[in-house]
Design a protein around this ligand. Sequence first.
Ligand code: SAH
Length: 348
Amino acid sequence: MKTALQGLYPEELQDLCQQAGQPAFRGKQLWQWLQVHHAADWAQMGNLPDSLKNTLAQTHTPGPLTVITESGEPGGARKWLVGLEDGDRIETVLIPARERNTVCVSTQVGCRMGCAFCASAKCGFARGLSAGEIVAQIQLIAAALGKRPDNVVYMGMGEPFDNYDATLKSIRILNHPKGLNIGARRITISTSGIIPGIRRLAGEGLQVELSVSLHAPNTELRRQLMPIENKYPMDDLLRECAAYTATTKRHITFEYTLIQGCNDSLDAAAELAARLRRFPCRVNLIPLSPVEEFTGEAPPRAAMVAFLRVLEKRGVEGTLRDSKGRNVDAACGQLRRRFEGGFTYCNK
Ligand code: SAH
């Protein structure tokens, strides 16, 4: 497979051009085309010599993504089904809300985490995306919008910390002042709770937002929903989260998908509050989106509000998205409900 050029830093592009016998400034021009003008085709790059393009094209590509379909509602979320060079498929979602455009990106083809209620797990796992394939998703949307998106959430298919290096490189490129220049605070990584990933992120010196998917108030229940609990139990996970907060001075958002009759009792809320009270954190409650192969439903709205009130009364800040999914600072799991037929990337 050819390397996606969107995943290379300016210095790397300059080196590449020099190796191809061209002056370093060609690398700057290339970066401009890719990261500022959202180009995905050699033909757009009028000021680059054909000889350079032909040489680079043997090993690299500016167009790692092919749009297969685009769907969505006017004014609502839009979803791109995207093909990769090797024939795999991923999805990228644009969520316009409150005059802010948020892009939800995939980090892997499929996912290894196997969470009971998540559609991604049902698709198996093929591979992690390269940094270029991740950045190219945002560039694709930027090209469609004609401007850079405001926020990026790593909440599409895959587990970002199961593809750590590519994820972090993509963030540094998105954050680059001479590129899209998306502020780190406008970038959210969501993890199922991979402890070594949280530890590494704490040492990166980046101001990114971190979301941790909890979904249960205790280890017994969490194990039923998330196999990762067996590897990184909740006690250890919360300790690592506390260390992360102490090091970075950044609050963590805990994601909690509400499933009727499973994790939505007021006792569960009280138990969750007791465990999180010491944290400077926020809990984001997400109504379960229906997924094939998982029999479960979102609780009625009143039950979700009651859950939230228990958290708040016990000193834990929480948010509950409205039924239209407008408060989309967090998970895209919600989006599944909004597209007829659910996720289409599943190759099955
Ligand atoms: N692997 C990362 C990113 C996954 S998607 C993680 O686990 O955090 C982002 C969020 O959507 C996660 O909190 C995930 O648990 C949640 N999610 C997945 N499927 C869902 C569903 N059917 N309904 C509601 N939320 C869901």
